[in-house]
Write a protein that binds this ligand. Structure first.
Ligand SMILES: [Zn+2]
Length: 339
């Protein structure tokens, strides 16, 4: 096996991505494998009887007779930017702890800033459109945060007197649900004494977060999202915000009274992990973005959420995983449309 042909899962630097994806054909082949794994499906009619043209790029469906490449139906469709640049962009945005600005990306891969922005938005769109929708379970921390707004409000704590901070007119509310890490008792052989076993607490799943930009923080906006995303009988932990009242029919809802400066209640319940996520989100936002409109905030949130949820993956695993999140199209017209 040539040096550059080691499996992508083992990559741990940008250099390897750069060296591996030397030309468009190699990139297309990789995309086809990631999407179809040998059984090519027509993106127009989902038929699986497909012919390949001798150029090795185009396919033709035996049923609907449409032609297509591996890019059709993905975020790369209709893009004139070489896939190599796309893959580098994907690497940069998902592996940099705070993401990358469109200005920086434009310089790094030699495209215009407008193109870089559009690429980033498409990547973020894909991350959201292909989000793992498995119901959250166990203990779920609930909280909202307010993002963006004028500079003078940027660093303001969300707890504003008399309003509980839930009323910044120029900020956009985001609803967050964080599934706390799942720990289980695992029996394993004793390391020294033969035949003896020990019980050990082990993290079987790291914490996972899911966020939605919401129009406001009323219960009619928050509760349907919770009910859709969290498995029945899970434990919910939130602060005293009234909009969370009434969830006990399906869940075990526990409250941490932030008004009373309580951050861990008598039961040991807390929303500290969710708060920590918001801190990271805001730090990244301030570091890289000058302003994200309400309309585009969900894209940005998709990106930060994805980075959080893949934080313990190796670079190679993350690239491979991200490439499964490229289904779906986002047209420039849609992106810049007023509504
Ligand atoms: Zn077809």
């Amino acid at each position: 096996m040539a040096k550059t042909d080691k499996p992508i899962e083992s990559f741990n630097s940008l250099l390897e991505v750069y060296d591996y994806f030397t030309d468009e054909q190699k990139c297309l082949n990789y995309l086809a494998t990631q999407r179809w794994d040998g059984v090519i499906i027509c993106p127009h009619c989902s038929n699986d009887k497909v012919y390949c043209f001798s150029d090795n790029k185009r396919f033709k469906c035996a049923k609907c007779r449409e032609q297509f490449t591996a890019k059709v139906g993905t975020i790369f469709e209709d893009s004139k930017i070489p896939l190599r640049k796309w893959y580098i962009a994907i690497y940069l945005v998902t592996s940099h702890k705070k993401g990358i600005s469109s200005h920086q990306l434009a310089k790094d891969i030699k495209v215009t800033q407008k193109t870089a922005w559009f690429m980033l938005q498409r990547i973020r769109f894909g991350l959201g459109a292909n989000e793992d929708m498995t119901e959250l379970e166990g203990t779920i921390e609930l909280d909202e945060s307010f993002v963006g707004g004028k500079n003078k409000n940027r660093h303001a704590d969300k707890k504003v007197e008399n309003s509980q901070g839930r009323s910044f007119k120029d900020k956009t509310p985001v609803m967050g649900m964080l599934q706390e890490q799942i720990v289980a008792n695992v029996e394993r052989p004793h390391k020294v004494i033969k035949g003896k076993t020990v019980n050990e607490k082990m993290v079987v799943q790291k914490s996972v977060v899911r966020c939605r930009v919401v129009p406001d923080t009323k219960s009619a906006s928050l509760q349907p999202i919770i009910r859709e995303n969290v498995k029945a009988d899970s434990v919910l932990v939130s602060d005293e915000w009234w909009a969370y009242q009434g969830l006990n029919d399906k869940y075990d809802h526990r409250i941490v009274d932030h008004r009373a400066k309580e951050y861990v209640n008598a039961n040991g319940d807390t929303t500290n992990a969710m708060e920590g996520f918001w801190t990271g989100l805001k730090r990244a936002y301030i570091g890289i973005y000058h302003h994200v409109s309400r309309k585009h905030l969900q894209f940005y949130v998709n990106e930060v959420t994805f980075r959080y949820n893949t934080r313990t993956m190796s670079e190679g695993d993350r690239i491979t995983y991200t490439m499964t999140k490229t289904e779906g199209r986002l047209k420039y017209k849609q992106l810049i449309a007023k509504k």
